[in-house]
Design a protein around this ligand. Structure first.
Ligand code: SF4
Length: 364
Protein backbone atom coordinates (compact mmCIF):
# COMPACT_ATOMS: atom_id res chain seq x y z
CA UNK A 1 0.00 0.00 0.00
CA UNK A 2 1.59 3.26 -1.14
CA UNK A 3 0.22 5.97 1.14
CA UNK A 4 0.82 9.47 -0.17
CA UNK A 5 0.10 11.82 2.70
CA UNK A 6 0.42 14.90 0.45
CA UNK A 7 -2.55 13.67 -1.62
CA UNK A 8 -5.40 16.20 -1.11
CA UNK A 9 -8.08 13.51 -0.82
CA UNK A 10 -6.32 11.90 2.16
CA UNK A 11 -7.34 14.72 4.52
CA UNK A 12 -10.95 15.05 3.36
CA UNK A 13 -13.95 13.72 5.23
CA UNK A 14 -16.04 14.36 2.12
CA UNK A 15 -14.32 14.27 -1.29
CA UNK A 16 -15.76 17.60 -2.41
CA UNK A 17 -14.98 19.53 0.77
CA UNK A 18 -11.41 20.87 0.66
CA UNK A 19 -9.31 20.97 3.83
CA UNK A 20 -6.06 22.86 4.38
CA UNK A 21 -3.79 19.99 5.40
CA UNK A 22 -0.52 21.12 3.87
CA UNK A 23 1.72 24.18 3.97
CA UNK A 24 4.82 24.76 1.89
CA UNK A 25 7.32 27.38 3.02
CA UNK A 26 9.72 29.06 0.63
CA UNK A 27 12.83 29.31 2.80
CA UNK A 28 14.97 31.39 0.47
CA UNK A 29 15.32 32.88 -2.99
CA UNK A 30 19.04 32.06 -3.01
CA UNK A 31 20.25 29.17 -5.18
CA UNK A 32 23.62 27.98 -6.44
CA UNK A 33 22.10 26.84 -9.76
CA UNK A 34 20.16 28.67 -12.47
CA UNK A 35 18.15 25.88 -14.12
CA UNK A 36 16.72 26.82 -17.50
CA UNK A 37 13.23 25.65 -16.57
CA UNK A 38 13.14 27.15 -13.05
CA UNK A 39 9.53 27.91 -12.19
CA UNK A 40 10.63 30.46 -9.57
CA UNK A 41 13.53 31.83 -11.65
CA UNK A 42 12.44 35.45 -11.46
CA UNK A 43 12.25 35.17 -7.67
CA UNK A 44 15.86 34.00 -7.36
CA UNK A 45 18.17 36.58 -5.79
CA UNK A 46 21.83 36.91 -4.87
CA UNK A 47 21.18 38.68 -1.54
CA UNK A 48 18.11 38.81 0.56
CA UNK A 49 16.83 40.55 3.68
CA UNK A 50 16.17 38.89 7.01
CA UNK A 51 13.61 36.15 6.91
CA UNK A 52 10.64 35.91 9.23
CA UNK A 53 11.75 34.41 12.57
CA UNK A 54 10.87 30.70 12.88
CA UNK A 55 8.79 31.41 16.00
CA UNK A 56 6.53 33.67 13.96
CA UNK A 57 6.11 30.99 11.27
CA UNK A 58 5.33 28.45 13.97
CA UNK A 59 2.65 30.71 15.46
CA UNK A 60 0.98 30.92 12.05
CA UNK A 61 1.14 27.14 11.53
CA UNK A 62 -0.23 26.60 15.01
CA UNK A 63 -3.45 28.30 13.95
CA UNK A 64 -4.14 25.62 11.32
CA UNK A 65 -5.64 22.73 13.28
CA UNK A 66 -6.09 20.51 10.20
CA UNK A 67 -2.42 20.55 9.17
CA UNK A 68 -0.82 17.15 8.49
CA UNK A 69 2.12 17.91 6.18
CA UNK A 70 4.75 20.63 5.92
CA UNK A 71 7.27 21.18 3.11
CA UNK A 72 10.30 23.46 2.91
CA UNK A 73 11.44 24.65 -0.49
CA UNK A 74 13.38 27.40 -2.22
CA UNK A 75 15.46 28.58 -4.02
CA UNK A 76 17.83 26.17 -2.41
CA UNK A 77 17.08 25.85 1.30
CA UNK A 78 20.45 24.22 2.02
CA UNK A 79 22.47 26.97 0.35
CA UNK A 80 23.70 28.24 3.73
CA UNK A 81 24.41 26.17 6.80
CA UNK A 82 22.62 28.68 9.04
CA UNK A 83 19.43 28.41 6.98
CA UNK A 84 19.30 24.75 7.85
CA UNK A 85 20.48 24.93 11.43
CA UNK A 86 18.80 28.13 12.63
CA UNK A 87 15.68 28.24 10.48
CA UNK A 88 14.71 24.91 8.96
CA UNK A 89 15.56 22.76 11.97
CA UNK A 90 13.37 24.60 14.56
CA UNK A 91 10.41 24.62 12.18
CA UNK A 92 10.85 20.94 11.31
CA UNK A 93 11.28 20.04 14.96
CA UNK A 94 8.01 21.83 15.74
CA UNK A 95 6.38 19.91 12.88
CA UNK A 96 7.64 16.56 14.09
CA UNK A 97 6.65 17.31 17.71
CA UNK A 98 3.18 18.09 16.37
CA UNK A 99 3.07 14.81 14.43
CA UNK A 100 3.23 16.33 10.94
CA UNK A 101 4.87 14.64 7.96
CA UNK A 102 7.68 16.77 6.57
CA UNK A 103 9.38 17.27 3.23
CA UNK A 104 12.60 19.12 2.40
CA UNK A 105 13.22 20.07 -1.24
CA UNK A 106 16.86 20.37 -2.23
CA UNK A 107 19.17 20.05 -5.21
CA UNK A 108 21.46 17.99 -2.92
CA UNK A 109 24.61 19.49 -4.46
CA UNK A 110 26.39 20.32 -1.18
CA UNK A 111 28.63 18.07 0.88
CA UNK A 112 26.76 15.36 2.78
CA UNK A 113 27.41 16.82 6.22
CA UNK A 114 25.34 19.92 5.25
CA UNK A 115 22.20 17.77 5.38
CA UNK A 116 22.87 15.80 8.54
CA UNK A 117 21.27 18.30 10.98
CA UNK A 118 18.00 17.36 9.25
CA UNK A 119 18.31 13.69 10.14
CA UNK A 120 15.20 12.39 11.90
CA UNK A 121 13.26 15.56 11.05
CA UNK A 122 12.52 14.94 7.36
CA UNK A 123 10.12 12.27 6.15
CA UNK A 124 10.65 12.96 2.45
CA UNK A 125 13.87 14.35 1.01
CA UNK A 126 12.80 15.65 -2.39
CA UNK A 127 15.46 16.01 -5.06
CA UNK A 128 15.52 16.58 -8.81
CA UNK A 129 16.92 14.27 -11.47
CA UNK A 130 16.84 15.19 -15.15
CA UNK A 131 20.32 14.25 -16.28
CA UNK A 132 21.65 11.51 -18.53
CA UNK A 133 25.18 12.68 -17.81
CA UNK A 134 27.13 15.68 -16.47
CA UNK A 135 26.71 17.39 -19.84
CA UNK A 136 22.95 17.46 -19.28
CA UNK A 137 23.53 18.90 -15.83
CA UNK A 138 25.77 21.68 -17.20
CA UNK A 139 23.21 22.57 -19.88
CA UNK A 140 20.15 22.45 -17.61
CA UNK A 141 21.60 23.99 -14.44
CA UNK A 142 23.76 26.46 -16.40
CA UNK A 143 26.98 25.78 -14.55
CA UNK A 144 30.49 25.21 -15.99
CA UNK A 145 31.32 21.63 -16.98
CA UNK A 146 33.77 21.13 -14.11
CA UNK A 147 31.09 22.09 -11.57
CA UNK A 148 28.52 19.95 -13.38
CA UNK A 149 30.79 16.90 -13.13
CA UNK A 150 31.17 17.50 -9.41
CA UNK A 151 27.49 18.14 -8.74
CA UNK A 152 26.21 15.28 -10.89
CA UNK A 153 28.26 12.70 -9.01
CA UNK A 154 27.75 14.34 -5.61
CA UNK A 155 23.94 14.23 -5.91
CA UNK A 156 24.06 10.51 -6.61
CA UNK A 157 26.61 9.89 -3.85
CA UNK A 158 24.58 11.93 -1.35
CA UNK A 159 21.31 10.25 -2.31
CA UNK A 160 22.90 6.84 -1.91
CA UNK A 161 24.48 7.72 1.45
CA UNK A 162 21.29 9.24 2.86
CA UNK A 163 19.17 6.35 1.58
CA UNK A 164 21.60 3.97 3.27
CA UNK A 165 21.06 5.91 6.53
CA UNK A 166 17.32 5.28 6.19
CA UNK A 167 16.17 8.53 4.58
CA UNK A 168 13.23 8.42 2.18
CA UNK A 169 14.67 10.04 -0.94
CA UNK A 170 12.15 10.95 -3.62
CA UNK A 171 13.54 12.17 -6.93
CA UNK A 172 11.51 14.20 -9.39
CA UNK A 173 11.97 14.17 -13.15
CA UNK A 174 10.17 16.46 -15.54
CA UNK A 175 8.89 15.35 -18.90
CA UNK A 176 10.50 17.23 -21.79
CA UNK A 177 11.61 16.35 -25.30
CA UNK A 178 15.07 15.59 -23.88
CA UNK A 179 14.10 13.64 -20.78
CA UNK A 180 11.16 11.63 -22.09
CA UNK A 181 13.24 8.97 -23.87
CA UNK A 182 15.52 8.72 -20.83
CA UNK A 183 12.93 8.39 -18.05
CA UNK A 184 13.36 4.62 -17.82
CA UNK A 185 17.13 5.04 -17.53
CA UNK A 186 16.68 7.71 -14.82
CA UNK A 187 14.30 5.45 -12.96
CA UNK A 188 16.64 2.47 -12.87
CA UNK A 189 19.56 4.64 -11.77
CA UNK A 190 17.48 6.19 -8.99
CA UNK A 191 16.39 2.75 -7.84
CA UNK A 192 20.01 1.57 -7.88
CA UNK A 193 21.14 4.37 -5.53
CA UNK A 194 18.33 3.60 -3.09
CA UNK A 195 15.70 6.24 -3.86
CA UNK A 196 12.31 5.15 -2.60
CA UNK A 197 10.15 7.12 -5.02
CA UNK A 198 10.37 8.59 -8.50
CA UNK A 199 8.07 11.55 -9.18
CA UNK A 200 7.22 12.44 -12.76
CA UNK A 201 5.70 15.75 -13.81
CA UNK A 202 5.28 17.69 -17.02
CA UNK A 203 7.66 20.64 -17.28
CA UNK A 204 5.72 23.75 -16.28
CA UNK A 205 5.46 26.60 -18.69
CA UNK A 206 6.10 29.10 -15.96
CA UNK A 207 8.66 31.79 -15.31
CA UNK A 208 11.98 30.78 -16.95
CA UNK A 209 10.25 27.71 -18.38
CA UNK A 210 7.62 29.86 -20.11
CA UNK A 211 9.48 30.05 -23.42
CA UNK A 212 10.66 26.43 -23.52
CA UNK A 213 8.97 23.99 -25.91
CA UNK A 214 5.98 22.06 -24.59
CA UNK A 215 5.42 18.36 -25.19
CA UNK A 216 2.16 17.71 -26.96
CA UNK A 217 -0.11 15.24 -25.18
CA UNK A 218 0.35 12.50 -27.79
CA UNK A 219 4.13 12.54 -27.53
CA UNK A 220 3.86 12.60 -23.76
CA UNK A 221 1.42 9.67 -23.76
CA UNK A 222 3.79 7.57 -25.90
CA UNK A 223 6.68 8.44 -23.60
CA UNK A 224 4.69 7.45 -20.51
CA UNK A 225 3.72 4.11 -22.07
CA UNK A 226 7.37 3.40 -22.85
CA UNK A 227 8.45 4.50 -19.39
CA UNK A 228 6.00 2.09 -17.75
CA UNK A 229 7.66 -0.75 -19.66
CA UNK A 230 11.21 0.36 -18.90
CA UNK A 231 10.99 1.34 -15.23
CA UNK A 232 12.20 -0.68 -12.26
CA UNK A 233 8.90 -2.17 -11.01
CA UNK A 234 10.13 -2.06 -7.41
CA UNK A 235 10.47 1.71 -7.26
CA UNK A 236 7.30 3.66 -6.41
CA UNK A 237 6.40 5.99 -9.26
CA UNK A 238 4.27 9.02 -8.45
CA UNK A 239 2.81 11.04 -11.30
CA UNK A 240 2.09 14.61 -10.24
CA UNK A 241 0.17 17.30 -12.12
CA UNK A 242 -0.74 14.48 -14.50
CA UNK A 243 -2.33 15.99 -17.62
CA UNK A 244 -4.58 13.05 -18.58
CA UNK A 245 -8.03 12.73 -17.04
CA UNK A 246 -10.78 10.13 -16.89
CA UNK A 247 -13.23 12.69 -18.26
CA UNK A 248 -11.23 13.22 -21.44
CA UNK A 249 -13.31 13.12 -24.63
CA UNK A 250 -10.41 11.17 -26.18
CA UNK A 251 -10.73 7.45 -25.27
CA UNK A 252 -6.96 6.97 -25.72
CA UNK A 253 -6.32 9.51 -22.99
CA UNK A 254 -8.83 7.83 -20.71
CA UNK A 255 -7.14 4.48 -21.43
CA UNK A 256 -3.74 5.91 -20.53
CA UNK A 257 -5.13 7.38 -17.31
CA UNK A 258 -6.55 3.99 -16.43
CA UNK A 259 -3.37 2.12 -17.33
CA UNK A 260 -1.31 4.42 -15.09
CA UNK A 261 -3.86 4.27 -12.30
CA UNK A 262 -3.87 0.47 -12.36
CA UNK A 263 -0.12 -0.10 -12.82
CA UNK A 264 1.40 -1.79 -9.75
CA UNK A 265 3.63 0.53 -7.75
CA UNK A 266 2.34 3.64 -9.55
CA UNK A 267 0.17 6.41 -8.11
CA UNK A 268 -1.28 9.67 -9.41
CA UNK A 269 -1.34 12.55 -6.96
CA UNK A 270 -4.10 15.11 -7.31
CA UNK A 271 -2.63 18.58 -7.48
CA UNK A 272 -2.22 19.96 -3.95
CA UNK A 273 -2.00 23.66 -4.92
CA UNK A 274 -5.05 25.31 -3.41
CA UNK A 275 -6.76 21.92 -2.97
CA UNK A 276 -5.11 21.18 0.35
CA UNK A 277 -1.99 23.38 0.33
CA UNK A 278 -0.82 26.97 0.51
CA UNK A 279 2.66 28.44 0.16
CA UNK A 280 4.19 30.99 2.53
CA UNK A 281 7.14 33.10 1.44
CA UNK A 282 9.53 32.94 4.41
CA UNK A 283 11.03 36.34 3.56
CA UNK A 284 8.08 38.51 2.56
CA UNK A 285 5.31 36.62 4.36
CA UNK A 286 3.16 36.49 1.20
CA UNK A 287 0.67 33.63 1.12
CA UNK A 288 0.11 32.14 -2.31
CA UNK A 289 -1.74 29.20 -3.74
CA UNK A 290 1.59 28.03 -5.16
CA UNK A 291 5.05 29.52 -5.28
CA UNK A 292 5.02 29.79 -9.07
CA UNK A 293 1.59 30.52 -10.52
CA UNK A 294 0.98 34.03 -11.75
CA UNK A 295 -1.69 34.75 -9.15
CA UNK A 296 -1.36 37.64 -6.69
CA UNK A 297 -0.90 36.71 -3.01
CA UNK A 298 -3.99 35.80 -1.03
CA UNK A 299 -2.66 37.65 2.00
CA UNK A 300 0.47 38.24 4.06
CA UNK A 301 1.27 36.71 7.42
CA UNK A 302 3.32 39.82 8.33
CA UNK A 303 0.05 41.72 8.10
CA UNK A 304 -1.83 39.18 10.17
CA UNK A 305 -3.26 37.03 7.36
CA UNK A 306 -4.79 33.80 8.54
CA UNK A 307 -4.02 30.72 6.43
CA UNK A 308 -7.45 29.17 6.89
CA UNK A 309 -9.09 32.39 5.65
CA UNK A 310 -6.67 32.59 2.68
CA UNK A 311 -7.51 28.99 1.79
CA UNK A 312 -11.25 29.74 1.96
CA UNK A 313 -10.76 32.82 -0.26
CA UNK A 314 -8.97 30.70 -2.89
CA UNK A 315 -11.91 28.31 -3.08
CA UNK A 316 -14.00 31.21 -4.47
CA UNK A 317 -11.25 32.65 -6.72
CA UNK A 318 -12.32 33.14 -10.37
CA UNK A 319 -9.09 31.53 -11.65
CA UNK A 320 -9.86 28.36 -9.74
CA UNK A 321 -13.57 28.12 -10.51
CA UNK A 322 -13.31 26.21 -13.87
CA UNK A 323 -10.87 23.72 -12.34
CA UNK A 324 -12.72 23.03 -9.11
CA UNK A 325 -14.23 19.73 -10.15
CA UNK A 326 -14.49 16.51 -8.20
CA UNK A 327 -15.20 12.95 -9.37
CA UNK A 328 -14.85 10.76 -6.27
CA UNK A 329 -15.63 7.65 -8.32
CA UNK A 330 -12.28 8.24 -10.10
CA UNK A 331 -10.53 9.76 -7.06
CA UNK A 332 -9.91 12.79 -9.25
CA UNK A 333 -9.92 16.47 -8.26
CA UNK A 334 -9.15 18.18 -11.54
CA UNK A 335 -6.10 19.74 -13.14
CA UNK A 336 -3.31 21.93 -11.90
CA UNK A 337 -3.62 25.58 -12.87
CA UNK A 338 -0.52 25.65 -15.05
CA UNK A 339 -1.26 22.31 -16.69
CA UNK A 340 -4.78 23.49 -17.49
CA UNK A 341 -3.40 26.67 -19.06
CA UNK A 342 -0.89 24.63 -21.10
CA UNK A 343 -3.16 21.86 -22.33
CA UNK A 344 -6.78 22.81 -21.71
CA UNK A 345 -7.18 26.57 -22.16
CA UNK A 346 -10.79 27.64 -21.86
CA UNK A 347 -12.06 24.23 -20.68
CA UNK A 348 -14.50 24.38 -17.79
CA UNK A 349 -13.81 21.12 -15.99
CA UNK A 350 -16.83 21.60 -13.77
CA UNK A 351 -18.98 20.65 -16.77
CA UNK A 352 -17.17 17.31 -17.16
CA UNK A 353 -17.52 13.99 -15.44
CA UNK A 354 -15.27 10.92 -15.25
CA UNK A 355 -16.11 8.23 -17.80
CA UNK A 356 -15.33 4.91 -16.22
CA UNK A 357 -17.30 2.46 -18.32
CA UNK A 358 -14.77 2.10 -21.13
CA UNK A 359 -13.97 -1.43 -22.24
CA UNK A 360 -10.53 -2.85 -21.39
CA UNK A 361 -7.75 -0.28 -21.94
CA UNK A 362 -6.95 0.22 -25.60
CA UNK A 363 -3.43 -0.69 -26.68
CA UNK A 364 -1.65 2.22 -28.27
S1 SF4 B 1 -12.50 15.54 -11.32
FE1 SF4 B 1 -12.45 16.97 -13.01
S2 SF4 B 1 -10.66 16.39 -14.20
FE2 SF4 B 1 -11.15 14.68 -12.86
S3 SF4 B 1 -12.47 13.38 -14.06
FE3 SF4 B 1 -13.81 14.72 -12.91
S4 SF4 B 1 -14.22 16.43 -14.27
FE4 SF4 B 1 -12.42 15.38 -15.07
Amino acid sequence: MLLDLWEPLVGRQQPDVPVLTSVEITVTGLCNLRCIHCAVGEQLVTREPERIPPEEIIRVLDRVPTLTTLSLTGGEPSIRRDLIEDWAVPILRYAKDRGLQTQFNTNLTFELERYLPLEGLVDVLHITWNYRDPGDFARIARVPMAAAERYYHRILRNAEALAARGWFVSAESMMTHETLPALGQFNRLLAAVGCRRHEIHPRYQADWGASLPVLDLETMAEGIERFLEERDPNLWVLFGTFPFFPCSPDPRHRALWRRVREAPGVTIRNDPDGRNRLNIDGITGAVRVTDFADIPPLGNIREGADLVACFAAWQEHPAYRPLKCCCPEAACLGPNLLVAQMYYPGVDFTTRRAILDDPAPAQR
